[in-house]
Ligand binder design. Structure first.
Ligand SMILES: C[S@@+](CC[C@H](N)C(=O)[O-])C[C@H]1O[C@@H](n2cnc3c(N)ncnc32)[C@H](O)[C@@H]1O
Length: 232
C-alpha cells in the first residue's frame, strides 16, 4: 500500500489542499472524494453516523478511524476512545488533531476489549469480500465486553446495477453484488487496487447469526444505507 489516502489527509491537514482523492470501482466511473468530508464535524455527518455517536457507551474502539473525526467528537464528550487505522498518514493526522490514543493497527491485530466498537463510512468495507466476513465478525465479537455493542454502517448497492429501464444487469454467476474492486488515485499517483465490500442488511444479519452475534437494524439512511447494532 502506498498510503495515498494518508498522504491526502496529511496534505489537507497541513494546509496543502489542492486536489481531492479520485475513486472508481469495477462497476462505476471516477468520482471525487472531497478531502474536507474526511474532516467533518458532527453537523456535517450523515444521520446514520450521528445516530451511532449518540448510541455509544463505555470504552470505545474506532476502527478505520481515518482523520479521527468520530474519535475527536467522542473524546470531547468525555469518552475514552482508542482509534486504529492501517494508514500511517491517517494516524499521524488523527494524533495531530488531538486524538489521544491513536495507533497504526489492523483490526485483526487488536486484542483489548471494549463496550462499543465503531466501524463507520461503510464499515463493512474492511471485510473486503464475502468469504472473509465470518473471520472479521468472529474477531470483532472477541473484542466485545459482555454487554458491548458493535455499531456498523453499510449499503445495499444493488441500485448500482440498475439500467435505464429499471432492470438489473447483475451476472448470476458472478460474486456477491457488494464485492467491488476499488481504485484510488491522488495527485496522479495510483494506489494498489483494493477489495471493498458493501453488505446489504439481510446478508450481514445472516453472517451474524452464523457467528453468534445478534444483529438489529437501527436506522435506514437516505440512499439504501443503514446502521446496524451487533451484540452478544
Ligand atoms: C472509508 S475510510 C473511513 C474513515 C473514517 N472512519 C471516516 O468515517 O472518515 C476507511 C478507513 O479504514 C481503514 N482500514 C481499512 N482496512 C482496515 C483494517 N483492516 N484495520 C484498520 N483500519 C482499516 C482505511 O485505512 C481507512 O482509513
Amino acid at each position: 500500500m502506498k498510503d495515498l489516502f494518508g498522504k491526502a489527509l496529511l496534505d489537507y491537514h497541513n494546509g496543502n489542499y489542492s486536489e481531492d482523492i479520485i475513486t472508481s470501482t469495477n462497476i462505476s466511473d471516477e468520482d471525487e472524494l472531497p478531502l474536507p468530508y474526511l474532516f467533518r464535524g458532527f453537523k456535517e455527518m450523515p444521520k446514520l453516523e450521528q445516530k451511532a455517536l449518540k448510541l455509544v457507551k463505555g470504552t470505545i474502539l474506532d476502527v478505520g478511524c481515518g482523520a479521527g473525526s468520530h474519535s475527536l467528537y467522542l473524546q470531547e464528550k468525555g469518552f475514552q476512545v482508542k482509534a486504529i487505522d492501517i494508514s500511517k498518514g491517517a494516524i499521524e493526522v488523527a494524533k495531530n488533531r488531538g486524538v489521544i490514543h491513536a495507533e497504526v493497527k489492523n483490526i485483526l491485530d487488536e486484542t483489548d476489549t471494549y463496550d462499543t466498537i465503531l466501524l463507520l463510512m461503510n464499515g463493512t468495507g474492511i471485510f473486503q469480500e464475502l468469504v472473509q466476513v465470518s473471520k472479521y465478525l468472529t474477531h470483532l465479537k472477541s473484542l466485545l465486553k459482555p454487554s458491548g455493542q458493535i455499531l456498523i454502517d453499510s449499503s445495499d448497492i444493488k441500485y448500482m446495477y440498475e439500467d435505464e429501464d429499471g432492470g438489473f444487469w447483475m451476472d448470476a454467476h458472478s460474486n456477491y453484488h457488494g464485492e467491488l474492486d476499488y481504485f484510488l488515485s491522488y495527485k496522479d499517483e495510483k494506489e494498489v487496487p483494493m477489495k471493498w465490500l458493501y453488505l446489504d442488511f439481510d446478508t450481514l444479519k445472516l453472517a451474524c447469526d452464523t457467528v453468534g452475534l445478534n444483529c438489529e437494524l437501527v436506522l435506514n439512511g437516505e440512499h439504501f444505507d443503514y446502521l446496524a447494532q451487533l451484540a452478544l
